[in-house]
Write a protein that binds this ligand. Sequence first.
Ligand code: FRU
Length: 489
Amino acid sequence: MTASREEKYRKLEQAVPGELEKLQDLVKNCPWRQTYHIQPPYGLLNDPNGFTFYQGEYHLFYQWFPLGTFHGMKYWYHTKSKDLAHWDNVGIGIEPGDAHDSHGAYSGSGIVKDGKLYLMYTGNTRDEQWNRHPYQNLAIMDSSGAITKIDHPVIDSVPPGYTDHFRDPKVWSSNGEYYCVLGAQRTNGTGCVVLYSSQDLHTWSFKGEISTKLTDFGYMWECPDYFELDGQGVLLFSPQGIEPNGDYYQNIFQSGYIVGQPLDLTTSKLEHGEFQELDRGFDFYAQQTTAAADGRRILVGWMGLPDANYPTDNHGWANCLTLPRELTLQGGKIHQRPVRELEKLRKQGVKGEAILQDETKSFAGFEGMTYELVCEFTNTDAEQFGIEFRAGENEKTVLSYDRNSKKVILDRSLSGYPVAVEYGSVRRCHLDAENIKFQLYVDTSSVEIFVNDGEEVFTSRIFPSRESTQIRFFAQGGTAACRASLWKI
Ligand code: FRU
């Protein structure tokens, strides 16, 4: 969709008469509205922002452009939850349009200080020549939920050596000091992350670039996030400009992490291992984490990608967030499990089991558009086995394990309305295991797949017709024992 600058950089109150009603009508009649994912009321959603536990509730904001399904004047939209499973829409959190966020309240994060929730975000501005001038701003939410913007930036310039692609502050505290990482681009056109520190969240000093081995790894790193897990330092980020390599980096943009020694806050040095992708599906980007009330590290991502079109664009809305996932580290690798609170979404359940031998089978009661499905395959000698879901006469999404290549394969070529086919319709990832457990969360237009308790995750939008509700289990070239449970959501 091509929209003019004037159309993109409009605020809500600049909607022409009837425009919002038209968008809302389109949304109401959309066949692909989600039922238990955070999605925009209308308009476009992108990155999760400001994810924080504050006064007994999780607050989670997202980037929102209300007046169309393209990227324009970004607001922060506010949602909250007591249990990470059920979310309430609160409304606009941060409204752009002031001197230091004239062209959007871009991504950022939250931290609790002195009983208030501090939200640090990038103010996007453009001058008359359309040059960007990014500012890092603060907005403070009090216990009544009122959010007040501080009227001046807390970081008002880009240090020498970096371009105006300088954004997405993620704040944390350590030993009584505050730190934040920002996504940046060096003047030589490569991406990196920089570090700032502060005593009070208002005055920040530049500590330098986080020094990593990845000195030439894409042209921009967006949405960095740093935290420690099990005594290890983890840096998440979304690098842009990485070329596909075998099964890796197949999407237009990537998201992943490096793990190593805790970040040295004096030298800004991070000793680390290889870059690893967080998600092996088609639609995942710009994730953000927070610490849960009990210390668990919880991640939420944008179930979408920059510069991608989706079939809901013609229905007045675009994109949603992923379900919250708990992160753990095992042997230098992040494992991601759906947070246990999601069990609260389970309604009536059914079970089924069979020894499959060169056949495709369904179990009684296994069907639907919105459910959680757990399926274990054991005693396998079949060459391939797996699940077809959101299946009908002509449509199916196929998740399988190929024992010869030892790969998990997600095929959305017959999933329904085609999406981003120029980037391929199959995703594969290597996994060496005897037994395979698939846990799927299926919503009207998405699937999140956790393989072997989150060793690998595939997150994808799919756009099947409403008639495609079947679920079938299969084994080819041998046998596989299959035991499945399904809960409607
Ligand atoms: C990532 C991103 C961020 C930016 C925001 C704008 O998707 O480009 O870098 O802050 O989206 O909406």
